[in-house]
Design a protein around this ligand. Structure first.
Ligand SMILES: [Zn+2]
Length: 240
């Protein structure tokens, strides 16, 4: 059963990262196939510590998959390999006979100039659409950035500091997963077949993401004991 104490801690933990997680949606259309998609010069390689932090958080997310109301397997998988979807177009208003979708996510170095302002994490949908004859290829070269300074401090605090980091990364991965999942719906496929690729809207995504992340935090904090709960109060600056 949830106590007032648990409720309060969850509210603090959720509000402390909801304000600082963000997503960017970007499109590029190309009339001819391209072999590579240039990344802006500001995109950096992640540092060693930064990579360790993200790997640690990812490891815990994988171990606590049961706490996720919406699994993010494709988004996590896209950090390691390309997620490929292929479908034929059958509707009469289709501009193409078939569509390929390829989604890859790269963990890139934290860079305030590229990250969304005031965020501690940013997921960047970076989509290139190439059409040739009656075939369309939609390639997403996505980026994931996590601020190593603030997340590093919380990793060191263990307990609920770690859960707050999991919530931040889970939030960002949901920005990837929701759109990857939407690609399996007839509505999305029909739009893609007629040349109207839908990236979705952040506001709509957040109406799904925020409750899912709250649920994750709730499921995780319910299993934590008193010492860890004390830590989250300390981390977010609550004195009692
Ligand atoms: Zn977001």
């Amino acid at each position: 059963m949830e106590t007032d104490f648990h409720r309060r801690i969850r509210a603090i933990a959720v509000s402390s990262f909801l304000l600082f997680a963000a997503c960017v949606l970007v499109f590029a259309y190309a009339s001819a196939p391209t072999t590579s998609f240039a990344l802006p010069q500001e995109i950096l390689r992640p540092g060693l510590r930064e990579t360790e932090i993200v790997q640690s958080i990812l490891g815990r997310l994988n171990r606590n998959r049961i706490a996720m109301p919406i699994p993010v397997d494709d988004a996590v998988g896209s950090l390691d390999h390309e997620i490929v979807k292929r479908f034929d177009c059958s509707s009469t208003d289709a501009n193409f006979d078939s569509v390929d979708v390829r989604v890859r996510t790269r963990h890139v170095g934290w860079n305030r100039r590229v990250a969304v302002e005031h965020s501690m994490g940013t997921y960047y949908w970076n989509v290139e659409v190439v059409s040739r004859d009656r075939h369309e290829t939609i390639r997403a070269h996505n980026w994931l950035m996590i601020d190593p300074r603030s997340t590093g401090v919380r990793e060191a605090a263990f307990g609920t500091g770690e859960v707050t980091n999991e919530a931040l990364l889970y939030h960002e991965l949901l920005h990837g997963q929701l759109l990857i999942s939407a690609m399996d719906t007839p509505k999305w496929r029909r739009a893609a077949c007629s040349g109207r690729v839908r990236l979705g809207r952040e506001r709509i995504q957040h109406s799904i993401i925020n409750p899912a992340v709250s649920r994750y935090v709730r499921n995780r904090t319910e299993r934590l004991g008193g010492a860890s709960l004390y830590n989250v109060l300390r981390i977010v600056g609550v004195s009692d």
